[in-house]
Design a protein around this ligand. Structure first.
Ligand code: AMP
Ligand code: ZN
Length: 112
């Protein structure tokens, strides 16, 4: 499959990995928008949040629990933001479901 993040998971494209297990892969964003900017992705290819179904619920809660662990590991004790850009209006540029974990600065609201 011609998917950038599937190629990152397989190692075909290098990445700055911060965590990996049998279900997920996490790595530093190449264009960080905050001092900590990590992407967390399922190893299973899912195009976007819009394509998930009931059978993915365990995987999705697993990802959120790991994000909480990563936030602790990266000392985001003052808080952080988790973002899932979805499809065109959501600003999604890579069509493999990914969670952004952003922290170590005060993030503004609303986003652009
Ligand atoms: P989104 O715009 O929500 O689809 O997020 C895609 C993210 O992937 C962006 O923040 C990019 O900076 C990031 N990105 C694109 N290519 C790479 C790469 N090769 N390694 C790490 N992050 C990447
Ligand atoms: Zn993929």
């Amino acid at each position: 499959m011609d998917c950038l993040f599937c190629k990152i998971i397989s190692g075909e494209i290098p990445s700055n990995k911060v965590y990996e297990d049998e279900k997920i892969y996490a790595f530093k964003d190449i264009d960080p928008q905050a001092p900590v900017h990590i992407l967390i992705i399922p190893k299973k290819h899912i195009d976007s949040l819009d394509e998930i179904d009931e059978s993915d619920s365990e995987l999705l809660s697993y990802i959120l629990l790991k994000i909480k662990d990563l936030a602790k590991e990266f000392e985001l004790d003052k808080g952080y933001r988790v973002v899932i850009n979805t499809k065109e209006d959501g600003g999604q540029s890579v069509n493999h479901l990914h969670f952004h974990l952003l922290g170590k600065r005060s993030l503004q609201w609303p986003p652009g």
